[in-house]
Design a protein around this ligand. Structure first.
Ligand code: FAD
Length: 379
């Protein structure tokens, strides 16, 4: 079977690695000419790390980032609303969250693949499916494939080629991300922090000895732009009532490295596959980032799709099985993440969230995390 993957982001590369491990023939086409140092940091949770361990890359990922003992939601002065024990964000085997530079993670995945399997500088254009044959057009190339995997992100062209009327859902929030060139005081070195002020949030964690990944989320209209000369002072102004460490993190960031994205997810698709085409990662189910699970869910897709393919030779049936294996968790993540984001930016919502946090026993929190971190090993 010949498999073609469109997109060399986290979901596409992990899918390629999973197929490679199980002995499939595949090729990845990525439109970027090179994998640049784009993006900021990312948190890899134990469910994603279990898949990376299965691929033999978990140790390298852990060594290339920072292990987080805990994740705290705090007030603007960095005082947690509820102090939780370390075990809440760990899985049953003590796997912790890893905070890592996104491009470091992407390069680890890329370099673990045979070089000739990833074609850079190739843009997918369209498909032609007739007489049970799937033809795909990539750049000026035309090729026939047995299975096309669309891992081309939230604005997926592969998705547009099989489904009409899919749409994004704007959350009403925008997010700046950056890498600050400092180390954190000892008490924060192994923590993920999300700090809440009035209708605004600021999160951070150390990703290496001298690098801190941060994100700042506010309510905003869509498609806003920044002025590189004033962005730092504007952020300083927005977060002026926050703990001095937050302002120091902003100060120590190069303005040209600050990225801004409107926060949107993908309106739930009825199906993730059609004929011999299937979507994975953000192309299928982009989520808002409030649960730090978007890439993690793409990584899980890779693991389930490859393993289910290995046990079946009827493609349509395989894709049905894949979708039913993944839907429940993906829906849980997308819906909860959306809700969390909406609550975090209103006074009443923050009050509700703080009450829930205070009232929910640690045992219940741990059960919720267990469900999120669960990965099956039979298919
Ligand atoms: C602010 C923010 C914070 C986040 N934090 C976290 C976190 O802490 N943890 C976490 O797990 N997730 C997080 N996420 C989510 C995560 O970033 C995404 O879910 C993940 O990167 C999606 O990976 P992907 O491979 O599906 O898509 P993408 O990363 O979008 O990759 C798609 C790839 O396809 C390529 N491509 C697109 N179109 C074409 C085409 N026509 N032809 C060829 N190639 C094409 C693109 O160039 C790109 O390389 C966050 C997201 C945001 C916005």
């Amino acid at each position: 079977m010949k498999i073609t993957i469109i997109g060399g982001g986290i979901a596409g590369l992990t899918t390629a690695l999973a197929l490679n491990k199980l002995g499939f023939q595949f090729e990845v086409y990525e439109r970027a000419k090179q994998l640049n140092e784009v993006g900021a940091g990312i948190w890899m949770q134990p469910n994603a790390l279990k898949v990376l361990d299965w691929l033999g890359l978990g140790t390298l990922v852990r060594e290339s980032g920072t292990l987080l003992d805990q994740v705290d939601i705090t007030n603007s002065q960095l005082v947690p609303f509820k102090k939780t024990g370390q075990q809440v964000v760990q899985d049953e085997k003590g796997n912790k969250i890893v905070a890592i530079h996104r491009s470091t993670l992407q390069m680890i995945l890329f370099e673990a693949l045979p070089k000739d399997k990833v074609k850079l500088g190739y843009e997918f254009n369209s498909i032609d499916y007739s007489n049970n044959q799937l033809k795909i057009y990539i750049g000026d190339k035309e090729t026939v494939t047995d299975l096309l995997i669309g891992a081309d992100g939230i604005n997926s062209k592969v998705r547009d080629s099989i489904f009409s009327n899919t749409s994004k859902r704007f959350s009403g929030q925008t997010c700046w991300r950056g890498i600050s060139e400092i180390g954190l005081p000892k008490e924060f070195q192994n923590s993920g922090i999300e700090s809440w002020g009035r209708k605004i949030r600021f999160g951070f964690s150390q990703i290496s000895e001298n690098q801190v990944y941060w994100f700042a989320v506010v309510k905003a209209k869509q498609n806003g732009t920044d002025n590189i000369d004033s962005i730092k002072s504007e952020l300083r102004q927005l977060y002026s009532s926050f703990h001095p460490l937050v302002l120091k993190i902003i100060d120590q960031t190069k303005a040209e490295k600050i990225i801004r994205n409107d926060i949107s997810d993908l309106k739930r698709l009825d199906k993730w596959h059609k004929d011999k085409v299937v979507l994975v990662g953000d192309a299928a189910h982009a989520t808002t980032p409030n649960m730090g699970q978007g890439a993690g869910q793409g990584i899980e897709d890779a693991y389930y799709l490859a393993n289910i393919l290995a046990g079946n030779n009827q493609i349509e049936q395989t894709l049905d099985l894949f979708e039913s294996a993944r839907r429940e968790k993906v829906d849980y993540v997308v819906n909860n993440s959306w809700r969390l984001g909406q609550l975090a930016h209103s006074d009443f919502g923050q009050f509700i969230m703080k009450s829930i946090m205070k009232l929910t026993p640690e045992k219940v929190m741990k059960q919720q995390m267990k469900k999120l971190y669960l990965i099956h090993d039979t298919f």
